[in-house]
Design a protein around this ligand. Structure first.
Ligand SMILES: Cc1cc2nc3c(=O)[nH]c(=O)nc-3n(C[C@H](O)[C@H](O)[C@H](O)COP(=O)(O)OP(=O)(O)OC[C@H]3O[C@@H](n4cnc5c(N)ncnc54)[C@H](O)[C@@H]3O)c2cc1C
Length: 378
């Protein structure tokens, strides 16, 4: 594998970093405080083609590779992790399954507007009683004439109160894995947004629970084959985890950048704190782990581009990058001393934003299960 960046990857990094620094960073703290969805960021990200990075141009996307996608999420998250997750869900959890499993008609009707940035998309797998054990979901879908009727509740759906389309899952048979995937227009009868969560971090991203109350969607909105939705959900998460690894990477890089700057300015005992070996070693450990996380993330992305299965590589990348980011934000707060604990300094926010990268799209425990299964050849 070749990890020297292509010209397109270099341009992507430069342009997304400049967008994030100019348009996201200045408003980041205000959105964190208000917990308001940043419509202006979403509009601009959509216009820049950041919602359909790897979607072919014929379906309205930017036609770039998955490494460019990882770089996009990394650079957005370096600016603000909420911007990163808004885009990661549109790309990885909405465009990806539509591109891979959708019919031409579904691609025209639902993939194109998301990839073009005209619509926001969401993904609803988790339920109040089923997160890690997603196949234990209770939402049901029943075919009645020309429509599917869905009943149930979904929780923690990112982007869902502002989305036009949701990729949702429901039980279509009695066996545990008889689950199907559906394309749900959010103006469907019986669709409702129930509760907006008040979160520790990534507060500008929208996280809501959804009610499907006799919700009626057209028969042709089944995505992929009947009863094969669980496979679609898992394959989608293989790609989605590249996005979360990249998000963690962006948060960790920002923690290192802020810490480096601060260490060169702050003085104690008559010298810059950057001159203390204790601080230098923290910075060196952060840099080393970030480099390793970056290579693991790009390797998983390259495997996706090569059309190779990457369940193991995505889990390794997500697990390592999220836990490396945990260590990085912790060290960043420590380097900032008391100032790391107050909201005037961004490391306080990075510390909160990072935490979810170890939880969503499979907790660290679930990643270890996936990795161990591969190691043991199960
Ligand atoms: C901000 C945010 C945004 C989210 N966005 C989305 C979204 O857009 N769409 C969506 O569908 N979901 C979303 N989620 C849900 C998220 O994916 C789940 O919260 C996550 O998968 C964990 O599920 P759970 O919360 O039910 O925890 P549980 O599954 O109840 O787990 C609780 C604890 O038990 C551990 N555990 C569970 N099973 C095992 C096991 N077999 N072995 C060892 N330990 C185990 C877990 O690791 C965890 O530590 C989001 C969550 C958050 C917080």
């Amino acid at each position: 594998m070749d990890f020297a960046p292509t010209e397109a990857q270099e341009i992507t990094r430069k342009s997304v970093r400049s967008f994030a620094e100019q348009e996201i960073v200045p408003q980041s703290r205000a959105f964190d405080e208000s917990q308001e969805f940043p419509q202006a960021w979403a509009k601009k990200m959509g216009e820049l083609g950041l919602f359909g990075v790897f979607v072919p141009e014929k379906y309205g996307g930017s036609g770039l590779d998955t490494v460019c996608y990882a770089i996009t999420i990394e650079e957005l998250s370096r600016g603000d992790a909420s911007a990163g997750v808004i885009a990661a869900v549109c790309n990885g959890l909405v465009c990806e399954p539509l591109l891979r499993y959708g019919t031409e008609e579904q691609k025209r009707k639902y993939l194109r507007p998301v990839a073009r940035g005209e619509w926001i998309g969401a993904y609803a797998l988790t339920e109040p009683g089923s997160g890690s054990d997603a196949a234990a979901m209770r939402t049901t879908a029943e075919l009645k004439g020309d429509h599917w009727i869905l009943n149930g509740t979904k929780s923690f759906a990112t982007n869902a109160s502002v989305a036009k389309v949701v990729i949702g899952y429901a039980r279509t048979g009695r066996q545990k894995h008889e689950i199907s995937a559906f394309i749900i227009p959010t103006d469907a009868d019986g669709f409702s947004v129930l509760k907006k969560e008040d979160k520790m971090g990534i507060r500008a991203s929208d996280t809501v629970s959804l009610g499907f109350d006799g919700m009626k969607i057209p028969k042709e909105n089944l995505l992929g084959e009947l009863h094969k939705g669980f496979n679609i959900a898992m394959a989608t998460l293989d790609g989605g985890r590249i996005g979360i690894a990249a998000q963690a990477l962006g948060i960790a890089q920002r923690a290192l950048d802020e810490s480096t700057k601060y260490a060169k300015e702050r003085e104690a005992f008559g010298q810059k704190i950057a001159d203390f070996q204790a601080i230098q070693w923290k910075l060196a450990d952060m840099a080393t782990e970030i480099e390793a996380a970056r290579l693991l993330t790009y390797r998983a992305a390259q495997m996706e581009d090569l059309g190779r299965r990457h369940t193991y590589e995505s889990s390794v990348a997500k697990l390592f990058a999220s836990e490396a980011a945990h260590r990085a934000v912790d060290a960043a707060v420590q380097i900032h001393g008391g100032y790391g604990f107050i909201k005037d300094y961004v490391v306080e926010k990075l510390y909160r934003d990072q935490r979810v990268t170890e939880i969503y799209e499979g907790t660290s425990e679930i990643q270890r299960m996936v990795i161990a299964r591969a190691v043991l050849g199960k």
